[in-house]
Design a protein around this ligand. Sequence first.
Ligand code: ZN
Length: 237
Amino acid sequence: MKLRSIIQWIRNIDDPLSLSVIAKAAHDRYVQIINNPLHQSQALSVGDIVSFSLSDGKMIRGIIEGWGRKNLKVLAENGTIYRVPRAFVKKETTTPVKARLRPITQVEKVLPLVLSESERLLGDSGLSLPVRYKRQVWSTHFRPNRHIQYGERCLAYQLTPIRATDNVGANLRRFKLPADIPGRLAMLVCHEVSHAIAYKRYGPNIAPHGRQFFLVLSELVDSEFTEIRAKFRQLLS
Ligand SMILES: [Zn+2]
């Protein structure tokens, strides 16, 4: 049951006794959560493995990617990103899950090739656009007449041996291409450069991931994907 419908349901109760029973149960549960020593004492930081349960009781394990004002951002083993209140996660000390959640290598190892392949593809299309890298952010994008940016966290995610659920993973499935780490890096490069080419060819009024974008992406994938993936494979072998 969604929290909103529970609250709606409670609003419709006018029996004071029922309301006080509900209030007492909610209060007791709240106290139980905040007093849980596991939740009080553990210091959490980015990179820690945590677990939490979903409303249907399913246990999820993941790695802390970052946090906002209220919620932790957790990358789960299944590749999904969850935003979870701090009080609901438990730090995991078991090791078996860690291997799949941690990047297989440092971003710095693949970064030069990501940048040089992007510049090469831009050059081949007659575009001169700075390609830059930004630490500690996910944001990976094309800004018209300004740059292509690769965010550290997005690159780290491509280096994590879990099933990709981002745009890159979706693109690989769309074109039925191998979704291994070299494939994900190659697709990321093709994806960002395609934005720049689509902008040049069709102008500023096209949808970011619309028909024209996918036309360009499929051309680029046909001519470049295999070669770029092979370069990343060699780098990572
Ligand atoms: Zn995009």
